[in-house]
Design a protein around this ligand. Structure first.
Ligand code: PHE
Length: 455
């Protein structure tokens, strides 16, 4: 069919692009995944390594995606055909496939956050941990989960169908400031709780002996989290930067996006840990069910907990929405650019497909893990790895020239950036991929196959 001739869409304002990128970055990764990773990986020690990796790995990798997007002004598939030759041209396909799979179950989890927002307004949260867990198991899978998954996906489709300026840009200009104001307000509230000082000590004073003893698990976990939370490795930042159309200082934009994302993750810790400590929950315990079980039970315990909980889960739902639209936009931009389909039809078609693919994840938690671990720890890391090898080792001149557009001559800073991409970023992703594959095999043997036998 070929490309269409209508001019490509662009962001209306600089702040629109920045908010869209912040909205994508700030999501379940910050509010749900980050605190439980801190809890599992040793508290403040993990936080320290994570912050280091955001700067050392996340920042250079984000600039890679920005330059590829702005240089090509295409969707990830088209962009990679332009930047890479031969087999490299297919990296874009990995991105589109990853986006498709991730949003299918991300929408299921986002559906839970809507369900839990309503729960506070209906009967409140259950204070007893075992009961809270039972409630989560009931709500997380089955008809309820499928309904809220459908509702969430319908909202995502609607925003994306309205396009870059009237859909995504307008939505993030409301959502991102709301997320910032509410999280700061909740952290101030959490400061007044009894468990606050104990929580701060745990969260903020690193024990270096923990890093020394556990670095084999802390380092890959921190690298993976840095990539996931910044929405890297699946073409989101390529897609968003492709709508820039003007020469701006991409390094500055990237630093702002990273600053906001990191601040929100950090502040979430200042909310979650005081609440957990006040309710007497060991932060190492909760695991992936953290916010829906332990935190929900803590809300059940607190005075006015139903209100605090409703605000908290509502904010998580908004954060998930602003990330989900970026995931859908990756796939939709491909359909529009390369297939000439109009935007609304593309959004409805893709969204329906993602909804169907998400049904197994809403049916059983084991299937959600099956999709999540594969997309998150293998596909996403693989796409990121191939892209950084391509840009860092094979197309570095082009990349530096593109970064200099809007900044001016970078001199040795450009070289330093390329070497950061070539070595630390590539090594971190290689290690993460290796561990991700091992973990997936373990999950298949110990989680999925036994589950399949039972069916
Ligand atoms: N960055 C998002 C979060 O932290 C997740 C995400 C990953 C979104 C990849 C888009 C692409 O929740």
């Amino acid at each position: 069919m070929g490309s269409v001739d209508i001019p490509r869409e662009q962001w209306a304002t600089r702040i629109g692009f920045i908010f869209a990128a912040v909205g994508s970055a700030v999501g379940l990764g910050n509010i749900w995944r980050f605190p439980f990773q801190v809890g599992q990986e040793g508290g403040a020690a993990f936080l320290l390594v994570y912050l280091l990796f955001i700067i050392l790995i996340g920042f250079p990798a984000m600039l890679v995606e920005f330059v590829v997007g702005r240089y090509t002004e295409r969707n990830p598939v088209g962009a990679l055909k332009e930047v890479g030759s031969g087999a490299w041209a297919y990296i874009g396909w990995i991105f589109v496939a990853t986006g498709f799979v991730i949003l299918s179950y991300y929408s299921v989890v986002a559906g839970w956050t809507i369900r839990y927002t309503l729960l506070g307004l209906q009967d409140g949260y259950l204070a007893d941990a075992a009961e809270a867990e039972g409630q989560f198991v009931e709500l997380a899978s089955g008809l309820d989960a499928i309904l809220f998954h459908a509702l969430f996906m319908a909202v995502v489709i609607t925003i994306v169908a309205y396009g870059i300026q009237r859909g995504i840009e307008l939505a993030v200009k409301v959502m991102v400031p709301a997320i910032i104001v509410i999280t700061v307000g909740m952290a101030a509230y959490a400061f007044t709780l009894d468990g606050a000082s104990e929580a701060y000590a745990y969260y903020l004073s690193p024990e270096f002996s923990v890093i020394a003893a556990e670095w084999t698990s802390i380092l890959p976990a921190a690298a993976g989290q840095a990539f996931f939370t910044l929405s890297l490795g699946m073409g989101v930042m390529i897609t968003y930067a492709s709508y820039l159309g003007e020469d701006r200082n991409l390094a500055e934009d990237g630093a702002i996006v990273i600053g906001f994302d990191t601040a929100i993750a950090f502040i979430t810790g200042l909310i979650v840990f005081p609440i957990l400590f006040t309710a007497g929950v060991d932060p190492a315990d909760p695991g992936a069910g953290a916010i829906f079980v332990s935190l929900a039970a803590a809300f059940g315990d607190l005075t006015l907990g139903w209100l605090i909980g409703t605000i908290f889960f509502g904010t998580v739902a908004i954060a998930a929405l602003s990330s989900a639209i970026s995931l859908m936009e990756v796939v939709v931009s491909y359909i529009i650019d390369e297939r000439g389909v109009d935007r609304s039809r593309a959004a409805i078609g893709i969204g329906s497909g993602m909804f169907l693919l998400g049904i197994p994840s809403a049916y059983d938690l084991v299937l959600l893990d099956l999709f999540d671990l594969f997309a998150d720890q293998i596909l996403l890391v693989l796409g990121g790895l191939l892209l950084t090898v391509l840009v860092g080792w094979l197309s570095s001149d082009l990349a530096v020239r593109e970064l200099e557009r809007g900044i001016g001559d970078l001199g040795s800073i450009g070289t330093a950036w390329i070497w950061a991409v070539r070595v630390p970023v590539v090594l971190a992703l290689l290690a993460a991929l290796y561990l991700g594959v091992l973990e997936y095999i373990e999950f298949l043997q110990e989680g999925f196959l036994p589950w399949l036998d039972e069916q």
